[in-house]
Design a protein around this ligand. Structure first.
Ligand code: ADP
Length: 422
C-alpha cells in the first residue's frame, strides 16, 4: 500500500476513534480506574492527534542521495522493518497503543500488540475500529495475555522484526535479553522514571504548588513521567510545604466516573500494596509523613495523596519508582546543589523546572540528564516532541518524526554509471 493510502486509512481510523470517545474512555476507566472525564478530554483526543500526525507523515518517508566517490550513484531507501511487536503497560492504555502503533503503521509495518493484562479492552476495541476503517486483516493484531506468556512469545519470536516496549525497567531488561537470545531484533524501551521537579525561590508559589500536585497526583501517580521528587529552594520552602499539604488534602479521591473526582483507585491490588509498602519504607527510613499515607477508603484500592518531607537522596522513596501518589519533598540552597541532586538516580526520563529566570532555566535544562525538560509547565506531551529516556529510563524515541525510525530500516543502493570500470 502506498504511503498516501496508508495515511488516508489512518485518518479514517482516527475519525472512527473520535466517534467512540465516550465508550473508549469508559473502557479504560473500568479497566484501570482512570477518570472518565480525563479519558474523554485528554487520553482519546491525544491518541487521535497522534494518529493524525503520523497519518500525515506516511507519504513523506524519504531516503537520501549519497555522495558516493567514483563513477557510481547512490541513494538510500527507508523500508518498513516488517512485523513490529508492541508491548504496552496499563497506565495509559489508549495513549500507549497509539504512541507505538501510529508510527509503525505509517512506516508500513504490521503490528502485534500485547496490551497489559490489566487493561486489554480498549486495544481490542481499537482493532475492531481499525477493521471498520478498512485496515486490511493481519495489519493490526491484538494478543491479550500475560507478560511471561503472550509478551515473551513476541519478544522471542524469530519472525518479529522489532519490539517497541513501554513498561518497567525490570521487564525492559528481560525483553532485551529475549530479543538478543532469539533473532537479535532491535528493541526500543521506554522505562521507569524518578523525575525531579525543581522549584526556585522566584517562582509563583501557588502556581508551583498546583504544578507539583499535578505532577505527582495526576493519574494516581501511575505515570512514568511523574514528578515524584520535588526540590524546593529554601526561601519559599516553608510556604510551599504548607500550601502543598493543603493542595493534597483538597485533591478528591473517589469514583473515577464521578466528574468531581481528581483521583481514582490504583489499578490493582498488587500496585495498591506496593505503594503502601513504599510509604512504610519512607516512614521507617526516617522521612516525615505530612499528609496521606494510608488507604483513602475502606473498600477499593484508593490511596490518599501522600507527602513526605525530610527525605534524603539515599532513601528508597527518593530512588525507586513508586508509581503511586507519593511526593518526596526536599529542600535545596543552590543551583549547583540541586543539579547534582536531580541527577542522582539511575533514571533520566523527564525533569521540571519552575523559575522566572531565563538563565537558571537554560542552565538547569542543559545540566539535567533527562529526555524531556518542562520549564514552567509539566506533562506537556505533543506528537512532535521527541520523548524517551536517558540512563536506565531506556532508549529509542517515541513521538516526533524520529519515532518512525525504529520501524524503518535503511538500505543503500549503489549503481554503476555508464562509464564506470565495473
Ligand atoms: P508495569 O510495572 O507498568 O506493570 P510491566 O513492565 O510489568 O509494567 O509491564 C508492561 C508490559 O510488559 C505489560 O504488557 C506486561 O504484560 C508485559 N510484560 C511483563 N513481563 C514480560 C515479559 N517477561 N516479556 C514480555 N512482556 C512482558
Amino acid at each position: 500500500m502506498s504511503g498516501y493510502e496508508r495515511g488516508r486509512l489512518l485518518s479514517k481510523f482516527a475519525d472512527l476513534v473520535d466517534q467512540h470517545t465516550e465508550e473508549l474512555a469508559a473502557l479504560d476507566g473500568a479497566d484501570a480506574g482512570k477518570l472518565l472525564l480525563v479519558g474523554k478530554v485528554i487520553d482519546v483526543p491525544s491518541a487521535t492527534q497522534m494518529l493524525r500526525y503520523y497519518a500525515g507523515a506516511a507519504d513523506k518517508i524519504h531516503g537520501e542521495v549519497l555522495r558516493v566517490s567514483g563513477k557510481y550513484q547512490g541513494y538510500s531507501l527507508r523500508e518498513p522493518v516488517g512485523v513490529a511487536g508492541v508491548i504496552i503497560p496499563w497506565n495509559f492504555p489508549t495513549m500507549m497503543f497509539f504512541l507505538k502503533v501510529s508510527p509503525a503503521l505509517a512506516a508500513g509495518c504490521t503490528v502485534v500488540v500485547k496490551p497489559a493484562e490489566q487493561t486489554p479492552l480498549s486495544a481490542l476495541y481499537y482493532a475492531h475500529l481499525a477493521k471498520l476503517a478498512g485496515v486490511p486483516d493481519g495489519v493490526i493484531n491484538v494478543v491479550p495475555g500475560f507478560g511471561h506468556t503472550a509478551g515473551a512469545a513476541i519478544t522471542s519470536h524469530m519472525d518479529v522484526d522489532t519490539v517497541a516496549f513501554t513498561g518497567s525497567t525490570e521487564v525492559g531488561r528481560l525483553i532485551m535479553e529475549s530479543a538478543a537470545r532469539s533473532n537479535l531484533k532491535p528493541v526500543s524501551l521506554e522505562l521507569g522514571g524518578k523525575s525531579p521537579l525543581i522549584i526556585f525561590d522566584d517562582a509563583d508559589v501557588d502556581m508551583a504548588v498546583n504544578l507539583s500536585r499535578l505532577a505527582i497526583f495526576f493519574n494516581k501517580g501511575e505515570i512514568c513521567a511523574a514528578g515524584s521528587r520535588v526540590y524546593v529552594q529554601e526561601g519559599i520552602y516553608d510556604e510551599f510545604v504548607k500550601k502543598a499539604v493543603e493542595a493534597a488534602q483538597n485533591w478528591k479521591v473517589g469514583d473515577p466516573f464521578d466528574v468531581t473526582t481528581n483521583m481514582g483507585p490504583q489499578v490493582d491490588k498488587e500496585q495498591f500494596e506496593k505503594v503502601l509498602k513504599y510509604i512504610e519504607h519512607g516512614k521507617s527510613e526516617g522521612a516525615t509523613l505530612l499528609t496521606g499515607g494510608k488507604p483513602a477508603a475502606a473498600k477499593g484500592y484508593y490511596i490518599e495523596p501522600t507527602i513526605f518531607v525530610d527525605v534524603t537522596e539515599d532513601m528508597k522513596i527518593a530512588q525507586e519508582e513508586i508509581f503511586g501518589p507519593v511526593m518526596a519533598l526536599m529542600k535545596f540552597k543552590t543551583v549547583d546543589e540541586v543539579i547534582e541532586k536531580a541527577n542522582c538516580t539511575r533514571y533520566g526520563l523527564v525533569a521540571g523546572i519552575v523559575t522566572k529566570s531565563l538563565d537558571v532555566a537554560n542552565r538547569v535544562s542543559r545540566a539535567v540528564r533527562a529526555g524531556t525538560v518542562w520549564v514552567n509547565c509539566y506533562f506537556v506531551f505533543d506528537p512532535d516532541a521527541p520523548f524517551g529516556g536517558f540512563k536506565m529510563s531506556g532508549f529509542g524515541q517515541d513521538q516526533g518524526l524520529g519515532a518512525m525510525d525504529k520501524f524503518l530500516q535503511v538500505k543503500s543502493v549503489i549503481t554503476a554509471l555508464p562509464d564506470s570500470p565495473w
